[in-house]
Ligand binder design. Structure first.
Ligand SMILES: Cc1cc2nc3c(=O)[nH]c(=O)nc-3n(C[C@H](O)[C@H](O)[C@H](O)COP(=O)(O)O)c2cc1C
Length: 361
């Protein structure tokens, strides 16, 4: 068995991506029970909710699972920019008979400063903890490692991958530009080379000494087999799991993902304040042409984004949702998570037979 899979304690090189607000303890447990690595995203959750979510996974599986936290820099408040942003969104709220909130705030705390959440992770000791948007301080990494937890972190570039390896993280998630959801870039002000999953995975496999997990646009066994052929130790799939019955995606999001809107995804910062890939919808249209500097910091902008979505949704309009999805979205299948893992497993086997027969011709 592959040493990295053995370290993670899983049978299959398949990781269900942590998806804050979409993945659930039910989904994570179903994937882990099926032989993959299930995950929960607790980036926006406080320590107590994190503890409850971990307990909810444990109530359904005794297999390893991943808990994911957000390591973004704390938001810088800018009252004038926030007021201007709310004023700009005003006509959208008005369309649904609502008003923007009077003010917006940093609706959740970064893991960089959240001692209570660290304490929960150290007590609960899930098999795997992962970091998105950057890395925590050395002492936090050392404490988690000392607790016997395997650590993963997202990288979107070679420089970020080198930082992940240098920090003593066990494996790196190579998140290509195709990926759904928030891009894991460490510094949103730095230039972004927008590397795709293939190039990024190859770069990190070739230049780093730690295992690489490919992520972005991988929807089926052929995508997983391709990732393994690139040298990845496993593939992490997010969008593929969104339509599963275990996900908490709402009806509008599911319908869009399973219909023609899935053919168009857009990278936008307008919804949350950080770049994220979303199904093209009313909110992404609103973000087109908006100057980067006019959007409040993440997650302050998300406070406004969630309020606008709630106002529109109350009237039956789902088009302002954070409908995160990767470029492979049209390949998503609405089947239970365990069934999806079983299909992925047999597709990988089929694909490797196909490749062998092509190569032996
Ligand atoms: C709905 C959604 C939510 C996500 N939330 C998180 C998250 O909380 N933490 C994280 O590390 N990555 C998150 N991601 C990114 C995934 O980890 C992964 O990089 C991405 O799903 C891979 O691309 P794919 O969606 O094309 O499979 C999210 C992705 C989606 C689609």
């Amino acid at each position: 068995m592959d040493p990295f899979l053995r370290k993670l304690g899983i049978e299959l090189p398949i990781i269900q991506a942590p998806m804050a607000g979409v993945s659930t303890p039910e989904m994570a447990a179903a994937v882990s029970n099926a032989g993959g690595l299930g995950s929960i995203g607790v980036g926006p959750s406080d320590a107590e909710t994190t503890r409850k979510m971990i307990a909810a996974v444990r109530a359904r599986t005794d297999r390893p699972f991943q808990v994911n936290v957000f390591c973004h820099q704390p938001a810088a408040t800018d009252a004038a920019r926030e007021a201007a942003w709310l004023a700009r969104l005003g006509p959208e709220f008005a369309r649904y008979g609502a008003k923007p909130p009077n003010r917006v705030t940093e609706i959740y705390q970064t893991f960089l400063t959240d001692d209570a959440k660290l304490a929960v992770l150290l007590t609960e000791r899930s098999a795997v903890v992962s970091f998105h948007f950057g890395l925590p301080a050395r002492e936090r990494i050392e404490a988690l490692r000392a607790a016997g937890i395997v650590l993963l972190a997202t990288a979107t570039s070679l420089a970020e991958g080198k930082a992940v390896a240098a920090a003593g993280i066990d494996a790196v998630v190579a998140q290509g530009y195709e990926a759904g959801g928030h891009r894991g870039v460490f510094d949103t002000h730095a230039p972004d080379d927008r590397l795709g999953t293939v190039a990024l995975t190859r770069l990190l496999v070739s230049k780093l000494d730690i295992p690489v997990i490919a992520a972005g646009g991988i929807m089926d066994g052929a995508g997983i087999a391709a990732s393994l052929a690139l040298g990845a130790a496993a593939a992490q799939l997010g969008t593929a799991f969104i339509p599963c019955p275990e996900s908490s995606a709402d009806a509008g999001y599911r319908a869009a993902l399973l219909g023609p809107p899935a053919e168009h995804t857009v990278m936008t910062s307008a919804i949350s304040g950080r770049p994220a890939r979303c199904l093209a919808n009313r909110f992404t249209a609103l973000g087109v042409g908006v100057e980067k500097g006019s959007i409040p910091d993440y997650p302050i902008a998300y406070d406004a984004g969630k309020a606008l979505h709630a106002a529109a949704k109350a009237t039956g309009e789902f088009g302002y949702g954070a409908q995160w999805a990767g470029q492979g979205a049209p390949l998503a299948r609405a089947i239970p998570a365990a069934e999806l893992v079983a299909r992925l497993r047999s597709e990988v086997a089929q694909e490797s037979h196909r490749l062998q027969s092509v190569l032996s011709r």
